[in-house]
Structure formats: C-alpha cells, structure tokens
Design a binder for this molecule. Structure first.
Ligand SMILES: [Zn+2]
Length: 197
C-alpha cells in the first residue's frame, strides 16, 4: 500500500519561480478541497521530500466511483533541480532527443540491452550533474555536433528534468480532465509519470 505514485513534472519553470508556482498550485488544490495544509509522511516514499500535503475532504471528487474506503496518501511538492524517473527504480532514459536536429540518441537499446551504454550516457550524466549542482550543463549531439543545454533536450517518457514536480502518492488514477487542469495551472510543458516505489 502507498507505494504507487503519479507525478506531473514542470519541465520549463525556472528555479527562481518554482517555489512560488508550487505554492500557487497547492493553494488551488486546497481551495478545491482536494488537499489540506496538514503535512504527513505516511504512505509516501519520495526520495526528494520528507512529507506531502494530506488529502482534503473533496479528494474523491476527482476520483469518481473508486470506492469509499480508499485512503489516498499525501501529495508532495518537489522544488529544486532534479532528474525524475517514471516506472520503478531509477533507470536511465531510453533515449534523448536533440533540440536542434531532433535526432534521438539511444541510451538503452531495448530489447537488446537493459542498461545504458556507458559511453553514450556519460556526457548526459555529467551534464545532468552540472545542471543539478550549478544550474547549467551542455551536451554535444552525436549527430549534428551542436552543443545544447541539457535542459533543452527532451527524453523518452520515462525521464524528465524539472525544478517543480507534484507527486500524488497512492491516489486513484488521476482523470485526464484533472491532469489538464493541473497542467493549465502550471502553465508550462509538463511530463506525466506513473510509477512504483
Ligand atoms: Zn542534433
């Protein structure tokens, strides 16, 4: 129980605005009765924050017919530059897409390989580390030889870099209508992950 999550990552918001935007999204969910301002760490296993907001009285309003005895866990708001992984564990992304030429660089060659090719992944991994610690890191595309900030590369659906993420722990599957409303509140491009701790 409690080990499933659904996550919306804002992949565009800048580090300076992420905290205020996260607070606005919490205000919006509190105003709808989906969350309270109470915090709990029960039933959540985020590797990035200790506690999340406790569901409010109206939480079931976005999860019709899911059963009255379901108890959703907290909703965590993660602010700060982080790599986010969908699925289970922290597997590297399957591929990265160059922002200039749109060529995909394959990082894990499924189903032939189940691990990242070290020489391919290394420059991405270094740039991600630089981005996390210093706010910027570049990678040169193997195809077009153009260097681009790591934050402008896009990824297979299982991976995202973002400075704001909202994680729903052990909620029923979020309906598309609610996800669209949440994305509209963020006002940026987002990546939607589901996964298991
Ligand atoms: Zn390229």
């Amino acid at each position: 129980m409690g080990d499933y999550f659904e996550r919306i990552v804002d992949v565009e918001v800048g580090a300076a605005e992420a905290e205020a935007l996260g607070a606005r999204v919490v205000d919006w969910m509190v105003a709808r009765g989906l969350l309270t301002r109470g915090m709990s760490s029960e039933s959540m296993y985020s590797s990035k924050v200790e506690a999340g907001y406790v569901p409010g009285a109206q939480w079931a309003g976005i999860a019709d017919n899911w059963g009255a005895d379901w108890l959703p866990g907290p909703v965590a708001v993660i602010v700060g530059r982080h790599p986010h992984h969908g699925g289970q564990g922290e597997t590297e992304p399957e591929y990265a897409t160059c922002p200039h030429c749109a060529t995909r660089t394959v990082i894990i060659d499924y189903p032939n390989r189940w691990e990242a090719e070290p020489t391919v992944w290394q420059p991405f991994s270094s740039a991600i580390e630089e981005w996390v610690t210093a706010g910027a890191g570049d990678v040169t595309c193997r195809t077009c030889r153009t260097s681009a900030p790591i934050s402008t590369w896009t990824w297979s659906d299982d991976f995202a870099l973002g400075t704001l993420a909202v994680e729903f722990w052990h909620w029923p599957p979020l309906p598309d209508t609610f996800v669209s409303e949440l994305v509209a509140q963020l006002g940026h491009r987002t990546v939607h992950h589901t996964g298991k701790f």
